[in-house]
Design a binder for this molecule. Structure first.
Ligand code: DOR
Ligand code: ZN
Length: 350
């Protein structure tokens, strides 16, 4: 912890966000738009957002749900399926779509339409290489015989490394990394011979290890996918983020679920952090004595990776304690944020 009590940074962007659709949109967008200028909107709706037309319509619904006068910009990503064609990739590029998301089938919330075998996507991936369209990957192998805590490390060996070799021009974002293997892989990846690679990191994976899911009982609001890992992995993530390496940037993976679907015999995966994301990240960088590196991680490196301009507005955070509310309205339901009812050390003041 440093003596710095106020930080002013270039306004950040969230490079990985779930806002769902319909009546919940205004409540959820308001939280993100208070902090972030832009966010990549994940396409795992039901049905998934698989074409440029669907993405543009979804974008309009998000724009319409913004608070009055707010200029938040949603950046759209399409859901890669076994049937995505090269033509659909070209159409997406022309429509301003910023990436395709790979969900291995069955990996997480609404991933039934996900890819069963990447070989089926070869022509779509070639088209992505050709037009510089990034592939965003949910990096987990989902076979029943792979331990849930090993899924990410197995993905690197069995899927990611062969993929980068086969499609040497493909630009990849390894989403929500959770392990030291992923941090090292991205840090050390050869981007001269192979495509550029970046990684997003969530606040929960830098703040908590897997003990948080089981402290005094099962804590469903700390359950997300990929699942929280051991302390050594948390430390490795903080290390790369706080090092100022531009391959690592902010992506909250804020994933709202109605309270009753989390506090349930078979609870959904996802942590809700949209309301307090920047204070949570400030806490991480503060504890690592690296508050001066927060701006690069939150506001520069993601925009640079995607080839977009950096924001010009500012965001100011103050070292000021506040209690995180127990829940927030979410349409006709409510959503429980990460660390609900407990203390936050930083507050957004401008
Ligand atoms: O915890 C998660 N929740 N991980 C994901 O990959 C998806 C997300 C969701 O959409 O709820
Ligand atoms: Zn996600």
């Amino acid at each position: 912890m440093s003596a710095v009590n106020t930080i002013e940074i270039c306004q950040p962007d969230d490079w990985h966000l779930h806002v769902r659709d319909g009546e919940v949109l205004p409540d959820l967008i308001a939280h993100t738009a208070k902090q972030f200028a832009r966010a990549i909107i994940m396409p795992n709706l039901k049905p998934p957002v698989t074409t440029a037309e669907l993405a543009l319509a979804y974008k309009q619904r998000i724009l319409a749900a913004r608070p009055a006068g707010n200029l938040f910009e949603p950046l759209m990503v399409l859901y890669l399926t076994d049937n995505t064609t090269a033509e659909q990739v070209k159409n997406a590029k022309d429509a301003g779509v910023v990436g395709f998301k790979l969900y291995p089938a069955g990996a997480t919330t609404n991933s039934d339409a996900g890819v069963t075998d990447l070989a089926k996507c070869a022509s779509a991936l070639q088209a992505m290489e050709a037009c510089g369209m990034p592939l965003l990957v949910h990096g987990e192998v989902t076979h029943a015989d792979v331990d849930v805590f090993d899924r990410e490390a197995v993905f690197i060996d069995q899927v990611l490394e062969p993929l980068r070799k086969k499609h040497a021009g493909l630009k990849i974002v390894f989403e929500h990394i959770t392990t030291k293997q992923a941090a090292q892989y991205v840090r050390d990846a050869d981007t001269q011979r192979y495509g550029a690679i970046g990684a997003t990191i969530t606040p929960q994976h830098m703040l908590y290890n897997r003990n948080a899911i089981f402290t005094g009982g099962v804590r469903p609001h700390y359950y997300c996918l990929p699942i929280l890992k051991r302390e050594e992995h948390r430390l490795a993530l903080v290390d790369v983020a706080a090092s100022g390496n531009s391959r690592f940037f902010l992506g909250t993976d804020s994933a709202p679920h109605a309270k009753g679907t989390k506090e349930n015999a078979c609870g959904c995966a996802g942590c809700y952090t949209a309301w307090h994301a920047m204070p949570l990240y400030a806490e991480v960088f503060d504890a690592a004595n690296a508050l001066d590196r927060l701006e690069g991680f939150a506001s520069h490196f993601g925009a640079d990776f995607y080839g977009l301009s950096r924001n010009t507005a500012k965001l100011v955070l103050k070292r000021e304690q506040q209690i995180i509310p127990e829940e927030f309205p979410m349409g006709s339901s409510t959503v429980v944020p990460l660390r609900a009812g407990e203390m936050l050390s930083w507050t957004i003041v401008g």
